[in-house]
Design a protein around this ligand. Structure first.
Ligand code: PMP
Length: 405
């Protein structure tokens, strides 16, 4: 009851309806693409902020974690323990070429902190991030999460941070030139929380080129976009660029364990290699997390989930787009995305929250976008079968009609 009241007190009309549902209906168990609630309803999970690329409790992940649980769940840390090396080898095997170094952490924000610290070991202290970008809420990550409502109560944040408009190479060039040899740029290859914003073609290539030209460190935050979500292993692959550091999280733990990582080139990682105690954390590379990483990567590879995300994404975006045109007309500006990171942008605030609530009533969990009130986000798992895609289409049409009524 108190939870429901808290939701009601600060959420808009649509979100209040959602609060009611959240308040009364508990999430009880999950299998594959489905979540079972305390009312016995089965909801198709297209939310979870992108964690569940391989669905819930994927057998490969569960088996790997279970084996680890029954052998060595926690490391003594002073002996050599192989699970991290195995996970790192599996991860670098799928990483962009020349990115051979890995440091594991537990959350996306923590991995972003790690990336910022790596940049500092190279004297890159001036941080540049993109407007409306999202990189997490620990103090360093928050400093590059360009959104006043999240930042203002916690100032002062890191100094020497500036934000440039996403997708604008001219603004980027100006900022990089002003801080030659001292800057680190952190970017999402597709902005997730900003409302599924795709940069213009060539922007990432140009960002990479400009970072070379002005001696800047390039950090790609692929916490949401990495591991196949976009229908490529990495957002970086959409333009075949190699950053200095790539940040990964969410699906990395296979939807079972909280795991994140930075993947870096050898030169970017040098300071951490020289002194392994420079940046440490108790639960970094925990054996259970490492088992989950290996299970997750196996699940993605064996299941062909990168290709599946590409095919399913195209199909679902096409279908939702048609439904929106038919039922919501000009109230929907655009259905867009890459792979299975899908955004539905409305022409006025409030409608995204209303559709979110109606989707929940129709049996689909979706997400809003943390940095945009006008974009509903769907991040379906890449394991959907025909009947599940049909279910999503049907529920979306039902919800759209309810919003249109
Ligand atoms: N970076 C990006 C691109 C994200 O989407 C998120 C989470 N939405 C984060 C970082 C932060 O990850 P976490 O919530 O695990 O700290």
């Amino acid at each position: 009851e108190r939870t429901a009241a808290a939701y009601r007190s600060h959420l808009s009309r649509g979100r209040a309806a959602l609060g009611e549902l959240f308040g009364r209906e508990l999430e009880q168990s999950a299998t594959g693409a489905w979540v079972r609630t305390s009312r016995g309803r089965e909801l198709l999970n297209c939310g979870g902020y992108g964690v569940l690329l391989m669905g819930a409790r994927h057998p490969r992940v569960v088996a790997a974690v279970r084996t680890q649980l029954h052998t060595l769940p926690v490391s003594a840390k002073l002996l050599l323990e192989p699970s991290a090396a195995k996970a790192a080898a599996a991860l670098t095997a799928v990483a962009p070429s020349t990115m051979d170094k890995v440091h594991f952490a537990c959350s996306g924000a923590e991995a972003v902190e790690t990336a910022i610290k790596l940049a500092r070991t190279h004297g890159r202290t001036h941080l540049i991030s993109a407007t409306n970008g999202y990189h997490g809420k620990t103090l360093g990550a928050l400093s590059v999460t360009a959104r006043g409502v999240f930042q203002d109560p916690f100032r002062p944040l890191l100094s020497g941070v500036c934000h440039v408009p996403y997708g604008d190479p001219a603004a980027l060039r100006k900022e990089l030139a002003a801080h030659e040899g001292r800057a680190a740029l952190i970017l999402e290859p597709v902005q997730g929380e900003a409302g599924v914003i795709l940069p213009p073609a060539g922007y990432l290539t140009e960002a990479r080129r400009l970072c070379h030209e002005f001696g800047a460190f390039l950090i790609l935050d692929e916490v949401q976009t990495g591991l196949g979500r976009l229908g490529h292993w990495w957002g970086a692959d959409r333009e075949q660029i190699v950053p200095d550091v790539l940040v990964v999280g969410k699906a990395l733990g296979g939807g079972v364990m909280p795991v994140s990582a930075v993947i870096a080139t050898e030169s970017a990682f040098r300071a951490f290699d020289r002194d392994p105690y420079l940046h440490t954390s108790t639960f970094s590379a925990s054996p259970l997390g490492m088992a989950a990483v290996r299970g997750a990567l196996t699940a993605i590879e064996e299941g062909g989930l990168v290709e599946a995300a590409r095919g399913l994404g195209e199909r679902i975006r096409g279908e939702l787009s048609l439904i929106c045109k038919d039922i919501l007309g000009t109230r929907v500006r655009e259905v867009r995305g890459a792979g299975l990171l899908i955004g539905v942008e409305f022409s006025e605030p409030g409608l995204a929250a209303d559709l979110l609530a109606e989707l929940m009533a129709a049996g689909v969990i979706a997400n809003h976008s943390l940095n945009s009130g006008q974009v509903l986000r769907l991040t379906p798992p890449a394991i959907l079968d025909e009947s599940e895609v049909d279910f999503l289409r049907g529920a979306f049409a039902t919800a759209a009609k309810a919003v249109a009524a």
